[in-house]
Structure formats: structure tokens, C-alpha cells
Design a protein around this ligand. Sequence first.
Ligand SMILES: [Zn+2]
Length: 62
Amino acid sequence: MAKATDVKEAKFVEVKCPDCENKQILFVKSATRVPCQACGSTLATPTGGKCAIKGEIVGVVE
Ligand SMILES: [Zn+2]
């Protein structure tokens, strides 16, 4: 699990899908819904700023 401070600063995070456990990198300020590439489940939804991430954040990409 990534540290909250790292996640706050991150532009890209690695998220684990809650449905299929696929891991993928996503942009935290995505303006569009981000689907899981494996099962199509929603991993993040846009909020106008930082998107709401549904899965578990397992890593931060520098
Ligand atoms: Zn999935």
C-alpha cells in the first residue's frame, strides 16, 4: 500500500481492480472514466479535479 503523502503528490498511480485484481497505471486527474483493461470494471471516475479511485492504490509512479 502506497503512503498517503505519496499518493497525494502523484500524477500516476498503480491501482488494483477490486473485481479481478488486475493492476494498471492510471492518471489521477483523468477527465474520463477509467475502466479496468481486463474486466471493464470502473477503476476511477472524473470529479473535475483528482478523480475518485475505486480500486486499491498499490503503488505510485514517479
Ligand atoms: Zn478488473
